[in-house]
Design a protein around this ligand. Structure first.
Ligand code: NI
Length: 196
């Protein structure tokens, strides 16, 4: 994997490193939107010049919320913000992270496919195998507006595609058959009802 990745030199502040997970300031934590919800089905808006302050304030909160969950990726619509922004950190040796991706776009994908068991913080405790391109190249801006490009494979490639899907109103269950999707959504609804 390291050979495939051109990691941005610096992505974000160290205070959001995984080691800091237990020291996360509770004031940074945001509520996570649980499916089904209209914002999870909506196409998020591109981050524009007027959104600078919003995304700068949001990035540490999204990272804190992701680490606390714990998760390896989180998209802005999952914290009720309809902007094209995701955070990713697969927290594996040699992987870049934490990544904050503004307006991420898939530039190219491999023909080769890969299957991972996926979950989602918006579908707590639900998992299913999803097949996606094994390698993905994405373009995005970092928090300073600098353009970046990253080629990823393995879990990172899957995670990035999963998070970009969120910006287009697509959940991992949308990659499954209607039968499997409905089973998961019914199970989720039942479990959420029990929690209320
Ligand atoms: Ni998700």
């Amino acid at each position: 994997m390291p050979g495939l990745m051109s990691a941005p030199d610096d992505t974000s502040s160290n205070e959001t490193s995984p080691q800091a997970a237990e020291r996360i300031d509770p004031a940074l934590l945001l509520p996570i939107v649980i499916a089904p919800s209209a914002i999870l089905k909506a196409k998020a808006k591109p981050v524009g010049p007027g959104d600078e302050d919003t995304v700068r304030a949001l990035a540490p909160k999204m990272l804190a919320t992701m680490y606390k969950a714990p998760g390896i990726g989180l998209a802005a619509p999952q914290v009720n913000v309809g902007l094209r922004m995701v955070v990713v950190d697969i927290q594996k040796a040699g992987s870049p992270g934490p990544l904050v991706m503004i307006n991420p776009e898939v530039v190219s994908v491999s023909q080769e496919l890969n299957t991972y068991e996926e979950g989602c913080l918006s579908l707590p405790e639900q998992f299913a195998e999803v097949t996606r391109p094994a390698v993905v190249t994405v373009r995005y801006q970092d928090l300073s507006g600098k353009k970046e490009q990253l080629t990823a494979d393995g879990l990172l490639a899957t995670c990035i595609q999963h998070e970009i899907d969120h910006l287009n109103g697509v959940l991992f269950v949308d990659h499954l058959s209607a039968l499997k999707r409905n089973m998961i959504m019914r199970k989720l609804a039942k479990e959420q009802k029990r929690k209320d």
